[in-house]
Design a protein around this ligand. Sequence first.
Ligand code: S5P
Length: 263
Amino acid sequence: SRTKMRFEARADLAKAKIAKDLFKLMATKKTNLCIAADVTSTDEILKIAEVCGPHICLLKTHVDIIENFNISFVQALKSLAEKHNFLIMEDRKFADIGNTTALQYANGIYKIAEWANLVTVHSLPGQSIIQGIKSVAANVESRGVFLLTEMSSQGNLINDKYKEGTIKMATEGLDTDFIAGIVCQSAECFAFPGLIQLTPGVKIDEGSDNLGQRYNTPEFVVKEKGADIGVVGRGILNASSIEKAASLYRDRLWSAYCDRVGL
Ligand code: S5P
């Protein structure tokens, strides 16, 4: 099964160039940690990127929570991504018709298309949402999407039929060369080894928050749930040293991956 394969071998099977690049980056840098930089000032995000950069493969933003967004922030974040060798994912969770999504991706204040290597997308509107984003991506080779197939939150409405349709879109659709991976909560979600499984809801102290988020340990998420990349937000952000916490999560997620593939 895909969960037993190494990232290097899976890079060869990936249809999206950006998925190949990310698989290789993880294997070379030896990290499958994505940090969710869910803070509201540009200074805080840049500090996270500088301090945690050496430990991550991906930095995930929610750009619409930033209070003082500006273009020089984007330039600074991009140079830190280059310096520390990680990719940037804007967790926008697009969910509209193709044309509107294309406008939201390329325009407005944030101009996400210009700086985010990857974005998250709901499959709800159907194939046209992928076509919309792809139509305004300047360079298709350096861009891609992660499709949400399952959510970590208690009581979410996604059912088996929705999941099957989403996986079909990611594996048999028109734009498989633009789909880097799947955001989901279980190894059974999909079989194709060329897609990357991104799984949020990771915390060393398991449990939940008081707004429906559910957590599992790094080991459980990688070994039992099939995560290739674990997303950690508050597990790191609320620690007294985010640098030490990032290093710890990186080690635990990577060791779990090594155990899983027999490295
Ligand atoms: O199902 C999901 C999908 C996502 S992308 N559940 C999630 O929690 N996320 C995101 O992961 C969420 O938007 C947040 O940025 C991060 C989890 O943060 P934490 O602080 O709970 O670790």
